[in-house]
Design a binder for this molecule. Structure first.
Ligand SMILES: [Zn+2]
Length: 272
């Protein structure tokens, strides 16, 4: 394991970010981030979206009396299993249960800023992506991974205190039980030299540019892209990635679909 630059450790010691969020030193940048333009254009018509790869095909409908007489069962709650790789967590879709904790977490064998645990499938893909970045001369560091419900309580409270009210904190930090970090499938990256860690200017670093271009090849999605906070509920975070598996990430990349909500046909989640 490589040594993490002091700058990163200092940032971590300062109170660490919600996933989400610029560190205390980045308040100004964060204010700028919240002024990102509204989602540009309307989401593509549903008919243009690729069929979600992980959904089972719809059952063939029949006109038989037997079928129509069958009592109708409630529709399955799709993408709600917190242990499934297709779970969707946003401001309208809390984890169930709220204090869910994944099993099988481990520390990926990459440069990391601390106890950044991830689910095993996510950890493997992170190791592959970090190695590929290094081959291209780009140094990445893992800044944040799994956060428990209790961790998120502290993180969210920090941002409420920092901004003075919950409404402002909600633009950069998820409430406990509503964070992707609690699934073990989401993580934040930085550049190995600590440049612009967890603040707006990270998007202009080599690390951000490389991952924006290549993350999908390893099964990852840039979860909070610029200009889509009306759908995702969060300001742009060029450092926050979510493991969805290659079958989803590559289909989305090919189609140019930027958000999981659009890809899966789920409602936008601009607020709680
Ligand atoms: Zn994050």
């Amino acid at each position: 394991m490589r040594v993490v630059p002091c700058a990163v450790l200092v940032l971590l010691a300062l109170g660490l970010p919600a996933c989400s969020a610029p560190g205390p030193a980045g308040t100004a940048a964060s204010a700028a981030a919240t002024q990102d333009p509204s989602p540009t254009g309307s989401p593509a018509p549903a008919g243009d979206l690729p069929a979600p790869a992980q959904r089972e095909p719809a059952p063939v409908s029949t006109e038989s009396a037997e079928a129509s007489a069958r009592p109708s069962s409630p529709p399955p709650d799709l993408h709600s299993d917190p242990g499934a790789v297709d779970v969707v967590v946003n401001k309208r879709r809390p984890l169930v249960p709220l204090d869910y904790a994944p099993t099988g977490l481990r520390l990926p064998e990459v440069a990391t800023a601390g106890d950044t645990l991830l689910r095993s499938d996510t950890a493997v893909a992170v190791e592959e992506m970090f190695a590929a970045a290094e081959d291209d001369g780009v140094g990445l560091v893992l800044l944040s991974g799994y956060r428990s419900f209790a961790d998120q309580e502290s993180t969210y409270a920090h941002w409420v205190d920092e901004y003075g009210d919950a409404a402002a904190a909600d633009t950069v930090s998820a409430r406990p039980g509503y964070s992707e970090h609690q699934t073990g499938l989401a993580f934040d990256i930085g550049q190995a030299d600590g440049a612009c860690s967890l603040v707006l200017c990270f998007r202009d670093t080599a690390a951000a540019r490389w991952t924006a271009e290549h993350a999908a090849d390893f099964g990852f999605l840039l979860r909070y892209p610029l200009g889509f906070h009306g759908i995702t509920g969060f300001s742009a975070e060029s450092w926050h990635f979510r493991y969805v598996g290659r079958d989803v990430s590559l289909v989305m990349k090919a189609a140019g679909t930027r958000t999981l909500e659009e890809h899966l046909g789920l409602p936008a989640a601009p607020s709680y």
